[in-house]
Design a protein around this ligand. Sequence first.
Ligand SMILES: *Cc1c(COP(=O)(O)O)cnc(C)c1O
Length: 403
Amino acid sequence: MVQKPIRLADRVLQVPPSPTLAVNAKAKALKAAGEDILNFSVGEPDFDTPEHIREAGKKAIDEGQTRYTAVPGIPELREAVAMRCKADHGWDYSPEQIQICCGGKHGLYNIFQALLNHGDEVLIPAPYWVSYPPMVQLADGVPVEVPLDEAANFDLNPTTLVAKASEKTRAIFLNSPSNPAGSVFSHEALKAVAAMALERGWLVVSDDIYETITYMDGKLPHILDVEPRLKEQTVVLNGVSKAFAMTGWRIGWCAGPAHLIKAMNKVQSQSTSNCSTPAQYAALAALIGPQDFPSEMKKAFLPRRDFFVRDLESIEGVSCVNPSGAFYVFPNFSAYYGKSFKGKVLNNSVDMADYFLEEAKVASVPGAAFGADAFVRFSFATSMAVIEEGMARIKKALAALEG
Ligand SMILES: *Cc1c(COP(=O)(O)O)cnc(C)c1O
């Protein structure tokens, strides 16, 4: 008898395989085989968690903070999140309006599990963070892409938004500064989103994970500042991963309407329960301690960004929007699609990233993963020396293309 493999859920099967997996697996294999791979694919700061935060984590363990906590997080941490919302933005949240989750990613997952019914649509401006569409799909929702224009610095176009909205729209993602492009939504674009969200009763999911890493003059526009009346229809998502180089600690939070947070707590209580107790104490130290760490990182990121963008823009046929925040560049290589190397034609971003990996020994992430196939993402959370060497290799590889 031939045994059939166990059948999987439709919910999981509808999520397409990640286009990054193949490139990642190949990069790992090449590295293991001793190849000198320069890695630009990583989505986390190249800094260690600051010492006072590490110490707070260790102290929590030594003092016996090793048991379950309340599902939505320790009260001190929820209060600290409320304090930062007030101090940094002037927003008033009570602790009942705050959930501590296992990273910002988990918060997003909780939101959609608590919000969506079968067939509900969620608007996702593209390029988008890879996880957004699958999270909507895993909650039985339908992701609807709203394409953003490179020529408009990936700002939201209200006309496109209207065209993509429908009776079934329940929510919209905002991510500013964004991963992968580092782009920022303008005050005008947010105003248009706010008007539609108010009129049609959408939930606004504002992923603010990069808010402390910006290179712009003046204040970062935010939907809640543009339209304070949206507060009962907005969930603000944030965490310590990017701002305090704490990706592995897995602490994020959501702030939003109390009834939604309560429903999200129900989801969390039946999945992960509270997130790691010592990590909550470390995050508490991050939020109530000195707030200058993100600026320290920015000092390192800024010259790397400037070099990267200038060098990419100097290549014939390549364009690159200057990122206003985060630590990624997202150049457009589509002028090179259709060209070939040793008879193999490069047709899209996956081929391009694959070519960079094989011929230039440079690991990157194809834009297809972010819903924007003309582009490839490179992280500049790596040293200037690596960026200089990487750019030299990329230029050489592009020059070697034929056709
Ligand atoms: C890194 C990231 C997050 C959250 O990461 P966590 O480590 O889960 O907190 C959320 N959104 C975007 C766009 C990110 O790049």
